[in-house]
Design a protein around this ligand. Structure first.
Ligand SMILES: [Zn+2]
Length: 226
């Protein structure tokens, strides 16, 4: 192998390792396949918003493409962005809880702290939109048995993911890389839950979204929400 290829090979291996590590342990709840075998479905899920710029661009694309998605909201990011949050609800997307602060050490400090955090975020969403969230995504992912019991008790459905676009995992990823990573990590799964982010730094995600939607359409997926 020529030496000039070495950095590229190392880069590719690193990306693969990061993605493998990221997906490990992100087990989704056991899927129940009640649809015909040839039907494929993809859930676009956006975490960490709302943001002023990226969320709006994403909503524009979803509207243009007639696709609905699920948005997992960080409660303390709502203030000053109420119009954006309301727009998510008004355009038929699903709002979920993704914690009040996204600060792991506070959220996961105890079951009582966790419950309070979920309640605060849900209340903040309800206050602005009138909608009561029924789905939850753990900040940082992973399994949290006692917290899962709390959520079950509160009537929440927990949503993990089984594919990523790479917007958090690959630093400064281009829109093309995000498209390719979505396709690679989704593989040929019949049910894809794709993790994307709509917080402020993720302009490449907004840029990649039309191509990501086109990719899943071309591969005969239907778009669903939780
Ligand atoms: Zn997050």
């Amino acid at each position: 192998m020529q030496k000039r290829w070495l950095p590229i090979v190392i880069f590719c291996l690193t990306v693969m390792l990061i993605l493998a590590a990221h997906l490990a342990g992100r087990n989704m709840a056991t899927p129940v396949f009640t649809f015909a075998e040839e039907e494929k479905e993809v859930y676009l899920t956006f975490d960490d918003g709302p943001s002023t710029v990226v969320t709006g661009r994403i909503l524009d694309t979803l509207q243009k493409e007639h696709v609905h998605a699920t948005f997992f909201i960080v409660g303390e990011r709502i203030s000053g962005r109420e119009t954006t949050l309301r727009r998510i609800a008004e355009e038929g997307h699903v709002l979920g809880v993704h914690s009040m602060t996204h600060r792991y050490e506070e959220i996961y400090a105890s079951d009582a702290a966790f419950r309070k955090d979920v309640e605060s975020c849900a209340a903040a969403i309800r206050k602005v939109t009138g909608a009561t969230p029924r789905v939850y995504r753990f900040p940082g992912g992973g399994r949290h048995p006692s917290k899962e019991a709390v959520l079950k008790d509160m009537g929440y459905k927990i949503v993990w993911w089984n594919a990523v676009c790479g917007d958090e995992e690959i630093p400064h990823a281009s829109a093309q890389t995000l498209l390719e990573t979505s396709a690679t990590t989704a593989g040929n799964r019949q049910r894809v839950v794709l993790l994307l982010h709509d917080s402020a730094p993720h302009t490449a995600t907004a840029e990649a979204l039309p191509a990501i939607i086109a990719y899943f359409r071309e591969n005969h997926y239907i778009f669903k929400t939780f």
